[in-house]
Structure formats: C-alpha cells, structure tokens
Design a protein around this ligand. Sequence first.
Ligand SMILES: [Ca+2]
Ligand SMILES: [Ca+2]
Ligand SMILES: [Ca+2]
Ligand SMILES: [Ca+2]
Length: 216
Amino acid sequence: MMKVKKSNWLTLTLLLLAALIVFFGGASKIYAAGNNLDSDKDGIPNDVEKVYGTNPYAADSDGDGMNDKDDNNPVQLSNPIKESGSRDLQIRVKDARVEDNFDTNHSDLPDHLQITLLNKGKKSLSNIELYYTITDKKTGAEESYYQKLNSEIAAESELTLHFDNKIAKDHYSANMNGLYGSSTNGLIFDVYLHVKGYKTLNFKIEKDAGAAEVAD
Ligand SMILES: [Ca+2]
Ligand SMILES: [Ca+2]
Ligand SMILES: [Ca+2]
Ligand SMILES: [Ca+2]
C-alpha cells in the first residue's frame, strides 16, 4: 500500500479545508439571512443595528449627514429646517397615522408612519423636507429623524407618503429598531413638514400604548 508522508497529509487537509471554505462561503451568499448581512452597507450588521436601535435599511438613520457608525447620537438631531418665508403652505393633512394603516384599496397594511397630504394650491409642490421627533409618553425617551423627500404633490391632488422601508415610489425609510418598533408605551410623533418659501407645517400623531410594532 502507498504510504502518504506526514507533510502530504497536511497539504491534503489544507486543500480540503480551502475547498470547504469556498463551498460554504458561496453557499452563504445564497442563504443571505446570515448574521453578517449589512443591508445598508454602513459597516454595522443588521443584527447589531437591532441592538443599537438603528435602522438596518439606512446608513444614516437620523438623516444628519453622519453615518450610523460615526454618529454618537445615531437617532437624534436637532431640527435642521430653516425658513424665513411667511406664506402659508397650501397643504392640508388629510390623514396621519402610525397604526391601523391601509392602502388605496383600504386593505390592511403593517403599521407604519403614513401621511396623506392634499395640495390645495394651483402649483405642484416638490422638494419636501420632513423632520419628526418620537417621544415615549412614559419614559420621556426621544428620537428624531430628518428626510428630504423626492415625492411631488400635483396641484389640487392628494398624495400618501409611507415610511415603511419599501423600495417604491412615495415610500421612505423608517427606523423600526427605534422607539416605534421597541416601545410598548404610548408615543407622540411631532411632525414638521416644509417646502422652501413656505411656513413649516407642524402636526402631531399619537400611537396608543400596546404591543410594540415588530421590526421586519
Ligand atoms: Ca448596516
Ligand atoms: Ca444603519
Ligand atoms: Ca446620523
Ligand atoms: Ca445624530
């Protein structure tokens, strides 16, 4: 029988190990639900973002220009909206909710921040900015978020904005690892909506105490 030298055994074992790493390394790409998935490529894996309370679908959870990894307060920023104009924005908030959501056919949707706006004016409105704070009514904990929206509200029409992390028109990211997805207490969403040249529109949305929304 052929004798295999000790050093050859070592080479064979190493080759086998390399083959296994290549095989399973490739396989893990197929079963991408692995622990190291970093959906927003901000350097923090999804599972860790859950622990940090940051958004796994946004590299910059709060929209202050600093990525989650570099931001000491990744879910807090002060209101960046500055406006000296005094014209009233011709927008009426038709509906604003963070639970009991529905789509255009009035079918149930998973809970999320949803705002329906009516543009009463004769001009379409774009370059909409949104800043909102979420306050836990029981603990007083507060988070804040800022987003520039690329939605346009045509003249004399209405539009519904969804903050649910779906990749679709008029859908935006929202941090379901934050208070909204983790607190069972009542929450207050204090929303500031701004279009350049017009007074900022401010309104509040309340979420009743109850089960926390489940982050998906
Ligand atoms: Ca990440
Ligand atoms: Ca993130
Ligand atoms: Ca940030
Ligand atoms: Ca921040």
